[in-house]
Design a protein around this ligand. Structure first.
Ligand code: NAD
Ligand code: UD1
Length: 338
């Protein structure tokens, strides 16, 4: 089948493109390159020996979307495109609602016009209400996100649910990612944030290669086993396989399906630092500083629904995550610009 990947040149999209190609699908990547480069696509082509159709376009551009659907025989869309920097979203809320929410509306209208009604959407565990009851199942209540990025994800979940209610022939998957990290085992593709990373693992690996001096650990006084925040870090290749499984599962189901993509295990920041030191053989300089506003103490997934309904489960553990993240960062200290 031919699958359109919006935002497919980015971190998660490029790994998913590779997995889809290896499974025998055709891939069309639609990306405005606002947070990615063509180099990720070239590398996926080199790794697989297969070619990708690339369209440089914005999901808010109705005409380029219509041309893309008219030119390629697209049967399903995986929708990664969006802005994702939590802090930036607080200062630029309209940019986030325009790009993420407005872009999704335009994309869905173009899909409907082309009679393509299978959609997999990149949602986030950030939509869940703050809770002390871990792990989080899909049935846990959603909350009021603390930032416009999170709100945009919840608004998109709602608008897709309303769309499917009005037009029951749509099949939609809402994939709630926990903390995607790691890289393809080749070290050829990986996460390449613009500017200083906001997220823990790219920050750790950039300290590791000397691009940044020290890690700040946000909070040492959480009610967790060592006082630092606990998260469910999932290898990006496991996450990528989850998209393939979701596409397969949608063939047999109409409606809106929600699946957590996580591992079901939580690790603290200090455990992540230790795992990095094991994988790299280098000490990681850090300081424990004040909590980051908006952070929760703990967050990890109940993955039973995804295991049962998708026949999927994460298979890579923390040491593999660190090994692959470190291989990518040490082989490409400046990311795709290196
Ligand atoms: P990324 O920034 O690497 O990829 C997003 C891609 O979308 C980029 O290539 C960017 O150039 C493109 N893009 C942005 N706006 C666009 C537009 N208007 N039109 C066309 N292309 C556009 O991010 P990622 O980490 O790969 O995340 C992919 C998706 O998963 C995002 O929707 C993100 O919010 C979601 N998500 C990510 C995480 C995470 O930790 N990485 C967690 C939960 C959810
Ligand atoms: C963050 C976002 C979330 C988004 C997700 C994926 C916030 C509040 N949440 O989740 O909305 O969906 O990224 O993009 O930004 N940490 C440090 N030092 C650092 C960076 C992080 O100690 O320099 C800690 C954090 O406090 C947290 C853990 O590491 O305990 C993971 O942080 P991060 O990678 O930013 O992910 P989340 O906060 O879970």
């Amino acid at each position: 089948m031919t699958v359109l990947l919006t935002g497919g040149a980015g971190f998660i999209g490029s790994h998913t493109a590779l997995v889809l190609l290896e499974a025998g699908h055709e891939v069309v990547i639609y990306d405005n390159l606002s947070n990615a480069s063509r180099e990720s696509i070239r590398r996926v082509e080199r790794l697989t020996g297969l070619s990708i159709v690339f369209v440089e376009g914005d999901i808010r551009d109705t005409k380029t979307l219509a041309d893309t659907f008219a030119t390629h025989n697209i049967e399903a869309v995986i929708h990664f495109a969006g802005l994702k920097a939590v802090g930036e979203s607080v200062s630029l809320p309209m940019a986030y609602y325009d790009n993420n929410v407005g872009g999704t509306v335009t994309l869905c209208q173009a899909m409907a016009a082309a009679d393509v009604k299978t959609l997999v959407f990149s949602s986030s565990a950030t939509v869940y209400a703050e809770s002390r009851d871990m792990p989080l199942a899909e049935s846990a209540p959603t909350g009021r996100p603390t930032n416009p990025y999170g709100t945009s994800k919840l608004m998109i979940e709602w608008l897709l649910t309303d769309l499917q209610r009005a037009e029951p022939d749509w099949s939609i998957a809402l994939l709630r990612y926990f903390n995607p990290v790691g890289a393809h085992f080749s070290g050829q593709i990986g996460e390449d944030p613009a500017g200083a990373p906001n997220n823990l693992l790219p920050y750790i690996t950039q300290v590791g290669v000397g691009r940044l001096p020290r890690l700040s650990v946000y909070g040492g006084d959480y009610p967790t086993r060592d006082g630092t925040g606990v998260r469910d870090y999932i290898h990006v290749m496991d996450l990528a396989r989850g998209h393939l499984a979701a596409l397969d599962a949608l063939k047999a189901r109409q409606g809106v399906q929600t699946w957590n993509l996580g591992t079901g295990h939580g690790y603290s920041v200090l455990e992540m630092i230790e795992a990095f030191e094991r994988a790299s053989g280098r000490p990681l300089p850090y300081d424990i500083v004040a909590r980051r506003p908006g952070d929760v103490a703990e967050c990890w997934a109940n993955v039973e629904k995804a295991e049962r309904e998708l026949g999927w489960r994460a298979s890579h553990g923390l040491d593999e995550i660190m090994r692959d993240a470190w291989r990518w960062q040490s082989d490409n200290p400046q990311g795709y610009r290196g």
